[in-house]
Design a protein around this ligand. Structure first.
Ligand code: ADP
Ligand code: ZN
Length: 662
């Protein structure tokens, strides 16, 4: 049979493709991957020819012909289409909308960038660094593992010179005429990495991030697709860039949560990189000093290979750690006396200090003033969160709750609430150090690119002596004059209300401490905590991230958390709270009927952030060891919602592999 039905992806909330017949007047012959204009309702819409088939479920008389084909040749190649399709299935997201995320806006606006330059690799622009012994060994091992295109996790401590390894591997591919994709987690990190890469590879580097103009972005897309651009550096969405002969993908700081998009198509660029590398038969290297549990787990299960670097490039030893026991030293505006003393000492040496403040997870926890015990959930091993007005401690995962005990259930001493006071930190520092240049760097103070660049410049030049920052500041940066890092409150990290809290804390801690003393003098890390003897804290402080993982993964396995089990979060919101819970309860009852799939449905519970923009929010967490069965449950749940129309007035979404449960 002749294939003449076009299956078109149109950006709408409908999951399926739309069928059109061929327009016999069209001068251009339809091909898969072209942009096309079609009648949609009584409007004209842009679509992408996703497939061409010989029959349609729509009756012939109802099938409309398309209006116009935009491109002579396809602009979405088959591997990119496969990746898009994979995304749609895996994240349970409408395929037309996946196209909107994947294809640059400029191209979706029917435009096409012209005058694409061809830049070919002509050798490095600067001399390569002479590899240290440890780097040499790591490079050799990496090459061995990458040969057969297995995923490689490069686990090198902070300052071990991973970038040099990436660049050597990239250069090899460029020399062979192949292309390379380098992913970085944050826009704040792009210039730094881009500078290092540009110094080495000259103007071969094409950068795309959220500040890149739509036209440039599209030009990079087209150039990479045609093989005219050899090296693309970018944040999350760069993973969708098409390549004609991709040799290698590098995912730097692979543990970083910014690789996961938190709205719309909630994809993980790291995970997509794995899928993409496989489809394009490219090498893939995931790099981090503090790998995600997901990646470590894949190493443990022999799905990934791993190479370690345990030596820093500069012989400076890892920083000294010092604990300030908050049970002995009172806090004023986030600061204790010994901490102030330490800061003063560093400033006296004309050094720079970084005060790390974990702004996420402000949820108040109930903690014993004396023994540091924190109330936790018997089911989930996560901390219970205090809901003060109703005097209840609640688990944000499984709906367990109990009244707040006035006294510690371990030792009978007074309970206090932790999780306050961090906002006052900047104020406290200004009180103590009125004559110092203090710079706070977080999402709020760096909204525009200009502000961000200015702040980073002040930080890097060492002009700002006291840096206050969230994880944004601790990631990957190289501050030559920084000698001390202070962690204001370790307890929130150690006892967060989310099963991932301690993993995140360990990552942030080691990333933050890795900023100090990178050059000559040994750095210092000062931690304030009520729990100085916490075993986890000890592991982290001794820089034993791997053994911290080995311990923590046992807990995850016991409690059936990811990465042992696959997870998806179904979130619902509505103006009316009852509606949210009616909707979620129906799903939960429906879930009971799917017992043979063995998917656990936890909830419904109110979301940790119960109200957002005037909407009540609730959720169900779905867990299954078997990922296929998890997705089959999700498909049935979605079908159930759509068929029974139970979501009137309720907005719902599915977040696969969720990292933000709030
Ligand atoms: P990581 O990403 O592993 O934390 P970097 O790649 O940022 O470490 O390297 C840390 C510092 O060491 C950088 O300033 C880098 O330029 C420098 N460096 C890396 N390798 C070498 C080398 N072989 N010789 C000299 N300096 C190096
Ligand atoms: Zn619980």
């Amino acid at each position: 049979m002749k294939k003449s039905i076009l299956n078109v992806a149109i950006p709408t909330p409908v999951k399926s493709l739309f069928d059109y017949s061929v327009n016999s007047e069209s001068k251009i012959k339809p091909q898969i991957g072209q942009r096309i204009q079609v009648p949609f309702g009584n409007k004209k819409r842009l679509g992408f020819i996703h497939d061409i088939s010989s029959s349609s479920k729509v009756s012939k008389s109802k099938l409309k012909p398309f209006l116009e084909i935009i491109d002579e040749a396809p602009i979405v190649d088959s591997e990119t289409r496969e990746l898009i399709k994979w995304c749609s299935n895996y994240y349970h997201y409408p395929i037309g909308s996946v196209y909107s995320t994947a294809v640059p806006k400029y191209l979706r606006d029917l435009k096409y960038p012209n005058n694409i330059e061809h830049k070919a690799f002509m050798g490095v622009a600067e001399e390569r660094k002479i590899l240290t012994k440890a780097q040499k060994k790591a490079l050799k091992e990496s090459e061995k593992y990458l040969k057969n295109n297995n995923v490689l996790l490069l686990n090198g401590i902070t300052g071990s010179g991973k970038t040099e390894i990436y660049m050597r591997l990239i250069e090899k591919e460029l020399e062979l005429g192949r292309q390379a994709l380098f992913l970085v987690p944050e826009i704040g990190l792009t210039p730094q990495t881009a500078n290092v890469l540009t110094a080495r590879f000259g103007d071969l580097v094409n950068i795309i991030h959220s500040g890149t103009s739509p036209k440039t972005r599209a030009a990079v897309w087209v150039a990479a697709q045609k093989g005219l651009a050899q090296l693309v550096v970018g944040t999350r969405s760069a993973v969708f860039t098409p390549f004609s002969s991709l040799g290698i993908i590098v995912v730097d700081e692979e543990h970083d949560q910014s690789y996961k998009q938190q709205n719309g198509l909630m994809y993980s660029a790291r995970d997509l990189a794995v899928v993409k590398a496989k489809k394009l038969k490219a090498k893939l290297i995931l790099g981090s000093a503090t790998p995600s549990f997901e990646s470590f787990f894949n190493v443990k299960n022999k799905k990934y290979n791993t190479v370690e670097i345990n030596k820093r490039v500069f012989s400076t030893p890892l920083p000294e750690n010092k604990i300030i026991d908050l049970r002995l030293h009172p806090i004023t505006k986030g600061l204790t006396k010994p901490l102030i003393k330490d800061i003063t000492k560093q400033l006296g040496k004309n050094k720079q200090v970084l005060i790390y403040l974990n702004r996420r997870g402000y949820a108040p926890l109930t903690m014993c003033e004396d023994c540091g015990h924190i109330e936790d959930c018997p089911r989930c091993d996560t901390s219970l969160v205090l809901h003060k007005k109703i005097n209840l401690l609640k688990c944000h995962h499984c709906a367990y709750q109990k009244t707040q005990p006035p006294l510690c259930s371990e030792c009978g001493c007074n309970n206090v609430i932790v999780g306050k006071g961090t906002q006052q930190l900047e104020e406290g520092l200004r009180d103590q150090f009125p004559n110092e240049e203090i710079l706070r760097i977080d999402r709020d103070t760096t909204r525009s690119q200009k502000k961000r660049e200015l702040a980073m410049e002040l930080a890097h030049s060492g002009e700002a002596k006291i840096l206050i920052g969230t994880q944004m500041l601790t990631k990957g940066h190289d501050f030559p004059n920084l000698s001390m890092v202070a962690i204001i409150n370790a307890d929130q990290g150690l006892f967060g209300s989310d099963f991932r809290s301690s993993e995140l804390f360990a990552q942030h801690y080691l990333q933050a401490s890795g900023r100090s003393g990178r050059r000559n003098e040994r750095g210092l890390v000062v931690v304030q905590t009520h729990n100085p003897n916490h075993p986890l804290l000890k592991k982290i402080i001794n820089n034993n991230y791997k053994s911290f993982f080995d311990d923590s993964i046992k807990e995850r396995i016991n409690h059936l958390w990811p990465p042992f089990y696959g997870a998806a979060l179904l979130r619902a919101e509505a103006t009316n709270k009852t509606k949210v819970f009616e909707f979620l309860s129906k799903i939960s009852r429906f879930g009971e009927t799917l017992k043979n799939q063995k998917t656990l449905l936890l909830g419904p519970v109110s979301s940790p952030i119960e109200r957002k923009l005037g909407k009540h929010r609730g959720q169900i967490l779905l867990l299954n060891k078997n990922r296929k069965k998890l997705h089959s449950t999700l498909n049935q749940v979605i079908l159930f919602i759509e068929k029974n129309d139970i979501n009137k007035g309720v907005r719902w979404i599915i977040d696969v592999d969720p990292i933000d449960m709030s």
